[in-house]
Write a protein that binds this ligand. Structure first.
Ligand code: ACO
Length: 426
């Protein structure tokens, strides 16, 4: 409780509503009691609705702050590793060296997928979008790992969490290999998480593949920067699916489906498509004119965010990583030049400034992924891989505490009750 109380006056009655304070962020008005008085609350898009209590991630969109379990994303991205961030998100604290080794060993013992799962891929067309394959294959894990599906059993929940984190790189790389018509690569457990992923992506059984440490570090950073983001659309989807007591693999598949859209995880792919469509630096002004024309319907992809109305702290680290990767590979990417020009114009233009539209994490991630050699259609898959620990941490948090099935209500504006008219009388 905050010591405050809200009063809602309506139709000559007053409803007292409790107000709660978190450790950070705005106070929250508990509106449950309005139901007993015959009202619903109305908040399309959940712009002002706290859908749950959570201890995992905090965002201050005005200040550009993102904390995981209290730790700033800039510190995690530059000083931690993805596996350590996974541990932190799932367990709430940074691990001791012994705990970290144990966690890593557990992940390594689950990196392979059931041998039968590779036949599942063959049901897809080779040109299927990798996100379509991911939704299907991750959902199918529940058909393979029956021994860890009891959501009431903490040990089952933990094994499922480890399995998901361990198998996502293998499944994602298999999506790529399948689309290329190349043999699947088994994981190599002597490599670190991100290096192993790059080898499964770009190696082949005929020759050794040497992982470039700069690229492995960049990949790890991309995974960290995507690891969690509070109650975003895909995480809320995972929670909602989980609230029905669906198994964790099904819930994560639901999250992957929600992530696919261009307003969410699909934006990194959309940024590169947009840069390709613009073509050259001299066309940027014309493109910005189109974006500002409401009748045109064009959006500046990689700009804007539901929560960040100052800057996206992930975008800063991403931009730095982008420079490092392009320098290390000696790449002069004309699309990066184009992106810089777009960013420059948008940061000064009143349309974007007045609407508080700033580059988000996806504005730079596509350029890095392209430089690493990852095809555009796989960008959202990389996001899904990175976001997996966040989804699982939220699912775990919900399941381990008292919760209700998520069941919003509505403002009904359809027809009044009327009688069915037989077809021959219409
Ligand atoms: N380009 C041009 N105009 C924009 C953009 C954009 N990228 N984003 C928002 N606007 C405009 C809107 O048209 C609106 O203008 P108006 O007030 O004149 O009507 C105003 O800014 C407010 O925008 P909303 O859509 O209300 O903002 P909302 O918070 O609902 O949307 C969203 C956020 C969906 C991310 C939006 O900014 C967008 O579509 N951006 C491009 C897609 C993108 O990069 N998505 C990735 C998000 S990050 C992530 O998921 C990891």
């Amino acid at each position: 409780m905050s010591g405050k109380q809200a009063k809602l006056s309506i139709d000559q009655q007053t409803i007292d509503l409790p107000v709660y304070s978190g450790t950070l962020g705005p106070d929250v008005i508990d509106v449950k009691d309005v139901l007993a008085k015959g009202y619903f609350t109305f908040d399309p898009g959940f712009m002002a609705t706290a859908s749950c209590e959570s201890k995992i991630t905090y965002i201050d969109g005005d200040q550009g702050i993102l904390l995981h379990r209290g730790y700033p994303i800039e510190q995690l991205a530059t000083q931690s590793t993805y596996e350590e961030v996974c541990y932190l998100l799932l367990n709430g604290e940074l691990p001791s060296p012994v705990q970290m080794q144990d966690f890593r060993d557990r992940i390594k013992s689950h990196t392979m997928v059931h041998e039968q799962l590779q036949f599942f891929y063959r049901g897809f067309r080779r040109d299927a979008h990798p996100m379509a394959v991911m939704c299907g294959v991750v959902g199918a894990l529940s058909a393979f790992y029956h021994d860890s599906l009891d959501i009431r059993n903490p040990e089952h929940r933990q094994v499922s969490a480890i399995r998901l984190i361990a198998k996502m790189p293998t499944i994602a790389a298999m999506c790529y290999k399948y689309s290329e018509g190349q043999p699947f690569m088994y994981p190599r457990n002597d490599l670190d998480y991100s290096a192993n992923f790059l080898r499964m992506m770009f190696g082949n059984p005929c020759e050794d593949y040497e992982v470039n440490p700069v690229l492995a570090r960049a990949m790890d950073r991309i995974f960290i920067l995507h690891a969690d983001h509070e109650q975003n659309a895909s995480t809320s989807t995972v929670r909602m699916a989980g609230s029905t007591e669906a198994n964790p693999f099904a819930c994560i598949a639901a999250g992957i489906a929600a992530l696919w859209g261009p307003s969410h995880g699909g934006a990194n792919e959309a940024v590169l498509r947009m840069l390709g469509e613009i073509g050259s630096v001299d066309k940027v002004d014309d493109f910005v004119r189109r974006v500002k024309d409401k009748n045109d319907g064009t959006k500046l992809m990689g700009f804007g965010h539901r929560v960040y109305k100052n800057f996206d702290p992930r975008a800063k680290v991403m931009k730095q990583t982008c420079d490092e990767v392009l320098n290390a590979l000696g790449i002069q990417d004309p699309q990066l030049e184009l992106a810089m020009k777009l960013e420059d114009i948008a940061l000064k233009d009143d349309y974007f400034v007045s609407r508080k539209l700033y580059p988000n994490v996806d504005f730079y991630s596509g350029i890095i992924l392209k430089a690493i050699g990852i095809p555009m259609s796989l960008f959202t898959v990389i996001f899904a891989l990175g976001r997996t620990p966040g989804w699982i941490a939220h699912w775990q948090e919900m399941i381990s505490n008292p919760y209700k099935i998520a069941r919003p209500r509505q403002l009904y504006t359809g027809s009044l009750q009327r009688n069915y008219v037989p077809a021959n009388q219409r």
